[in-house]
Design a binder for this molecule. Structure first.
Ligand SMILES: O=CC(=O)O
Length: 444
């Protein structure tokens, strides 16, 4: 398989043949059972969002799945225990959504405190003219804001609130030794010491309905709650009751217990800002998400491609598949100089394996990789002038088509070996065949 990390967006699709690609199940409602009847055995990865649960029953139908990529920060829709049991890797959006989630949380907090949405309605309804000035909002600077869940999004919220002059405190599974914000292991204590609570933790068995009546009571009549985590972290009925009875001052809510159903009582309340579970979604975060999903899938499957590259390399000199008919050319891998064309995830995996076998690695890639210690050469001719074995695992594009030309093959020389796990057309195949025949004739 071609190395995903080495691909450029505008060239990748046209060069893939469907049979080369991992079979990925794009999991979206409605149920996919009829589709699975035909394709279940071949699906190796699932790409899903929070809207489509990945259950033990579903995984039971998909014996080849090795990876679940969810396009969300939350993983509460995935049976993680079932994945673990089946040796299936699970990846989420990582920190891709941290900025957007934090912006939305702070935006909701400012909106509730400064009554932005409510005063917008006031103006639009012509009430400013008829009823006069709208009541003032409350100041953000100086507020004590308790963040529930100090992961990637929580930390970004804390950074932003510090810049706004707020005092940040937090609750998290564990105290973060490197942070100076006051830590509260008990969320009620956190609420009792906060003017606003921002919920951005994961929904788990431990956090379901964690924000309950006692927490609202501790937050008090002046307190505001913002939830961009998951609706079910909050006891929604209790929250609605507290809002209706003025037991807390307001709420900014992006998530709800039974989406898309939102408790009707909230529609009547001017101190509540509602948003349809959009906090983290921007075109920019979707683009970034696409990049990491491809990289996750690529890195998982690249291990197999790298294994094949190394396996072929061991096979050719050791003549394993030709039954050891001729022992003249047997050599050990150790000490071999191996040039890798395309040091994406497959190339790097192959390099790791070969380094372990005592090979010296050099490479050619679109850009020099500061993360690896191997010498980088700017073109394939320079690589082959310095190695005995060439592994091709770059993408096929206009620049790499027939990059392994007659000149490169001649420079690699009659004792040179070439392993191609990228694309056939990276090599000038006719020339390669001619070189192989010539070299065999000369050896006789
Ligand atoms: O809610 C959105 C997410 O979990 O990414």
């Amino acid at each position: 398989m071609e190395d995903q990390e080495e691909q450029q967006d505008n060239t990748s699709d046209q060069n893939h043949k469907p049979q080369d690609l991992p079979q990925v199940l794009l999991l979206k409602p409605p149920p996919v059972l009829s589709f699975l009847t035909a394709h279940a055995d071949s699906i190796q990865a699932i790409l899903c969002s929070g809207a489509a649960p990945v259950t033990d029953d579903l995984l039971q139908l998909l014996p080849s799945v090795r990876l679940v990529v969810t396009a969300s920060a939350g993983t509460n829709h995935i049976d993680l225990e079932a994945c673990h049991r089946r040796g299936i890797s699970v990846t989420n959006a990582g920190n891709v959504f941290s900025d957007d989630g934090a912006d939305a949380a702070v935006g909701l907090l400012i909106d509730v405190l400064r009554k932005i949405t409510a005063s917008d309605r006031y103006v639009r309804q012509g009430l400013w003219v008829n009823k006069g000035d709208y009541p003032p909002g409350s100041k953000l600077r100086g507020k004590r804001v308790g963040i529930v869940g100090l992961g990637g999004i929580g930390l970004e919220i804390a950074n932003r609130l510090e810049a706004f002059g707020c005092n940040v405190l937090y609750n998290s599974r564990k105290k973060k030794a490197h942070l100076s914000y006051p830590f509260y292991s008990d969320v009620r204590q956190l609420a009792a010491n906060s003017d606003a609570l921002i919920i951005c933790c994961a929904l788990t068995d431990q956090t379901r309905h964690m924000i309950d009546k006692d927490v609202f009571l501790a937050l008090g009549k002046e307190g505001v709650i913002v939830n961009i985590g998951r609706g079910a972290i909050v006891d929604e009925k209790e929250m609605v009751r507290c809002l209706v009875h003025g037991e807390i001052a307001g709420a900014g809510l992006d998530v709800f217990e039974n989406e898309p159903d939102v408790p009707k009582e909230l529609f009547e309340l001017d101190n509540v800002v509602l948003s349809p579970h959009r906090a983290v979604f921007t075109p920019e975060s979707f683009m970034a998400l696409r990049g990491i999903s491809v990289a996750y899938a690529g890195s998982l499957f690249s291990e197999d491609d790298a294994d094949i590259a190394v396996g072929l390399l061991i096979d050719v000199p050791r003549k394993i598949s030709t039954g050891n008919r001729c022992s003249r050319l047997l050599f050990q891998l150790g000490g071999e100089k191996v040039g890798i064309v395309g040091l994406g995830s497959i190339g790097q995996e192959a390099a790791k394996g070969l380094e372990h076998d005592g090979c010296n690695i050099l490479y050619n890639s679109r850009t020099k990789k500061s993360s690896v210690p191997y010498p980088c050469y700017s073109n394939a001719c320079e690589v082959v002038a310095n190695c005995e074995v060439l592994i091709i695992c770059c993408e096929l594009n206009d620049q790499t088509r027939h990059m392994i030309s007659k000149e490169v093959l001649l420079a690699l020389g009659k004792r040179g070996l070439i392993i191609d796990v990228g694309r056939g057309a990276v090599i000038d195949e006719e020339e390669m065949v001619r070189c192989l025949i010539d070299a065999r004739r000369d050896r006789r």
